[in-house]
Ligand binder design. Structure first.
Ligand SMILES: [Mn+2]
Length: 327
């Protein structure tokens, strides 16, 4: 990839491209989180206000339960091989592989706008808005919408607020800037229902998920004078709890939050030889670097990768690399 390509377009370029497109598809990354769902629905609903356009809001995964209350979820539909679009807008995706099985949709589109905040973004779009210093893709979407005069109503504000709140760990992460609070303030002015958001997003953990959390924490081991904590979640553990693989999300934050722990790591057995690994750091250790050693990526303090090997072998390999990073 040439350095020349690593350049952002202006909001005006984006505006003109959106205005001149009639059939638009929006899509976000696989294993959706609050930022991908919130920015997808937020921008989707904003573009749907233009009745002269066909706007598809694509989601190929199951919508996590705690986001089902979001406005616009009734429009979510999976992609189809035979579809084509003037414009594809990707949200919160650092590269096209993040689209998972929906990746083919990139070939079904004449043009791609890539909106993201991951530092590892490879500028795959024909146009790119990649701001690694933004807290979330939701914050970028708001800033863009404001700049190009898209109407942000209460529904859209609800989606974008969830995007920002979840991707900042409720405004705790370093990526939270004065602008983040300005955007949150603008969204609150739309009279969004904070109580409804909090209840759905943060206070509705299922019993199955809670049981899996307990099991996962029991699998935890500490290394390097308790500076590193690792847990593994196997298929059997998930089945025993009657839980699903998405129910592991969030467990890593509990591990990171232990006093003295600098790096938290969780291994998730997606398949017998497909292990997804999540990393969190709360010190100077750059876990994006660690993830990159295994073909993954992310942010300095939150990253991930996939290892195609047995879970015990994956654990050994990861342990070795994190130990190096901690020295
Ligand atoms: Mn994000």
């Amino acid at each position: 990839m040439s350095q020349m390509k690593m350049k952002n377009n202006s909001f005006n370029d984006i505006k003109e491209k959106i205005n001149s497109s009639e059939k638009i598809c929006l899509i976000a990354h696989v294993n959706p989180d609050g930022d991908s769902i919130g920015s997808l629905l937020g921008l989707g609903l904003a573009l749907k206000k233009d009745k002269d356009k066909v706007v598809k809001i694509a989601l190929n995964d199951e919508l996590p339960k705690n986001f089902k209350f979001l406005p616009g979820t009734e429009y979510l539909e999976s992609t189809k091989e035979e579809e084509s679009f003037d414009l594809l807008i990707t949200l919160d995706c650092s590269d096209l592989n993040r689209l998972g099985k929906g990746k083919y949709i990139a070939n079904n589109a004449d043009y791609i706008i890539n909106i993201d905040h991951h530092i590892s973004n490879d500028y795959f779009g024909d146009m790119n808005i990649v701001f690694p210093n933004f807290s979330s893709t939701g914050e970028i979407v708001f800033t863009l919408a404001e700049a190009i005069d898209l109407d942000i109503d209460k529904n859209i504000a609800t989606c974008l607020y969830v995007a920002i709140s979840t991707d900042t760990g409720s405004f705790k992460y370093d990526s939270t800037s004065p602008d983040t609070f300005r955007v949150a303030s603008e969204l609150l002015k739309k009279e969004i229902n904070l109580n409804e958001i909090t209840r759905n997003v943060y206070q509705s953990r299922s019993l199955e998920r809670t049981n899996l959390l307990i099991k996962s924490l029991n699998s935890m081991e500490l290394y390097e004078n308790n500076r590193l904590a690792m847990a593994s979640v196997t298929r059997d553990m998930i089945d025993d709890c009657n839980a699903s693989i998405q129910d592991i999300d969030g467990t890593i934050d509990f591990i990171r939050d232990i006093d003295g722990v600098e790096v938290a790591c969780i291994l998730k057995e997606y398949g017998q030889e497909e292990i997804k690994v999540g990393f969190r750091s709360k010190s100077d250790v750059d876990v994006a670097n660690v993830a990159e050693k295994f073909g993954g990526g992310g942010h300095r303090k939150a990253s991930g990768c996939t290892i195609y090997d047995k879970i015990d072998k994956a654990r050994e390999m990861i342990l070795e690399e994190i130990k190096k990073a901690l020295r």
